[in-house]
Design a protein around this ligand. Structure first.
Ligand code: MTE
Ligand code: MO
Length: 170
């Protein structure tokens, strides 16, 4: 299951890489409410200087599920959505780090290394359901804390921005 998901993610990564090489390929335009904006060095913007994603665009990318305990909930929960690295690839984003910005103006820096080393998920669903803003939604960055116990530190918990609205590539 996990292996299949990994393989799917890898194949998509390759496909996106090829699309990036052709350069003519633009990121599709969002057809509904924009949930996430990526700014910075982008090879595939879909708006002047930025890449905007709506829910269907995020849900068309390969999906990964992380079931894990977290500091936010008393029991293990399921967080699912695209990998952050695939969202970055879809926008053709290149950089060393990314500033995650949340609705409540919370900001935190995430090194690109994290995205390569770990399967960091841009969660669009909590236990299979969309998250309301009052439930830390609509987007929640999640690390695989239970599969990678070394991540269970304040540093990585702080990188899990909930109510995420923007990623600034630097
Ligand atoms: N949107 C948002 N995400 C956030 C925070 C925040 O204030 N706003 N705090 C971060 C920090 S510093 C930690 S340690 C964890 C847990 O903080 P919390 O208990 O306030 O959610 O969430 C992280 N994600
Ligand atoms: Mo924190």
């Amino acid at each position: 299951m996990l292996l299949l998901r990994r393989r799917a993610a890898l194949l998509t990564g390759l496909a996106l890489g090829c699309a990036g090489l052709s350069r003519a390929q633009a990121l599709e335009a969002p057809g509904s409410d924009v949930l996430l904006t990526i700014t910075g060095r982008l090879r595939r913007p879909n708006q002047p200087g930025q890449a905007a994603f709506d829910m269907p665009m995020l849900q068309r990318l390969p999906q990964t599920e992380i079931v894990t305990r977290t500091p936010w909930y008393a029991t293990p929960r399921s967080f699912s959505g695209p990998l952050v690295r695939d969202v970055m690839a879809a926008a053709g984003a290149r950089g060393d780090k990314v500033q995650a910005v949340a609705l409540n103006d919370y900001r935190v820096e995430i090194p690109f290394d994290d995205l390569m080393r770990y399967d960091v998920v841009l969660a669009t669903l909590l236990d299979g359901k969309p998250m309301q803003v009052r439930d830390k939604g609509p987007l929640f960055i999640m690390y695989p804390f239970d599969r990678r116990p070394e991540l269970r530190t304040a540093v990585y918990f702080s990188r899990c921005a909930w109510q995420l609205v923007k990623l600034e590539v630097q």
